[in-house]
Write a protein that binds this ligand. Sequence first.
Ligand SMILES: *Cc1c(COP(=O)(O)O)cnc(C)c1O
Length: 402
Amino acid sequence: MERTVYLDNNATTPVHPEVKKAIAEAIDLYGNPSSMHRPGQMAHYAIEEAREKIASFIGAKPEEILFTGSGSEANNTVLNSIYCNIYACNIQDAGKKENCQNHIITSAIEHPSVIHTLKCYERRGIDVTYLPVDKFGSIDPENVNKAIKPSTGLISIMYANNEIGTIQPIKEIAEIARKNKIYFHTDAVQAAGKIPINITELNIDFLTMSGHKVYAPKGIGILYVKKGIKFCPLIYGGHHERNRRAGTENTIGIVAVGKAFELLAKNMESDNKKMLALKLKLKQGFWERIPDISINGHPDKSLPNTLNITFDYIEGESILLSADFDGIAVSTGSACSTGSLEPSHVIMALKDNPESAHGSIRFSLGRENTEEDIDYVLEKFPPIIEKLRKMSPLYISNYGGK
Ligand SMILES: *Cc1c(COP(=O)(O)O)cnc(C)c1O
């Protein structure tokens, strides 16, 4: 294999070399952070230092930051907290169930950790509205307004989409939630580190982030919970994380993600500028070299690193495998759809056309990508697409095999 060009940074990122160093040091922080002795306290201080770095990155207070086992767990924690409060309300107010706000508004293009959790809660009696998106994957704040009922207790809309990169009008939606006194959650796993997030400028009650999407290791999630919120834990046990998430802290993961956010604060602006230039070069190059393609996602309200393209007449899976043979790592649909032939729910929500969902490929750039990487992809892709189209019955029936 000539080289590896990793363009799947929305699935996960490689660990930053500085984060690696921080991990190597944190391995020796063996004490239990709950212990009063010195080894315990050393681990405790390292954790609190990381918490402060992350809080300052989004303009929050350290006590509003909660560490979880993943971004998925953070999303589940929010939805469970709402569900748990509804359940308690139903028992306490058994005669007046209408007082319990059991309606949740979300979108059709959320991450599976939101959608599948809500599907489960629907079976337990929660009322869920899945808002549609337009052809760019944007949510119209007016549709959020229209979906609100007296029983709405939560609005959960992702900040930016992992598959197509579309950035949602979070400020407007958060404002609608505030005006209606409804809790607002945003899954900012993909937005974090790619666009500035400042919760002092937005009315956000819950916000999710994840370490492995920002050059820290897998298995560490972050949940911002606004001070004063009625919170119900997902995991019970000891008094960790101010009684909001039990389990002995993942000291190494927490120190690592703290370091990752410290680095983002320093480097994200220049890194993102570089990634955006490379993404535009890739997009332009594809337009010039390959016919019958379309871009999925918003033309400019989009993450600087994410480009999603439908190559008509062929399957995303075959493109992915051919690209991998040339050392290019991309994805089709979401990582979770990979391995099944289910079309991506995100592309389906855009076009409602399973064929175009099948042929969609996500290129997600990272801080390490170079100009040469993009040149290499632009050299390798046209023959891959041409070869696959020549074998495609769909293509042959359209072009008579020419
Ligand atoms: C990756 C991702 C998650 C899940 O984070 P994990 O730490 O992998 O569980 C949630 N939401 C979005 C938008 C993501 O891209």
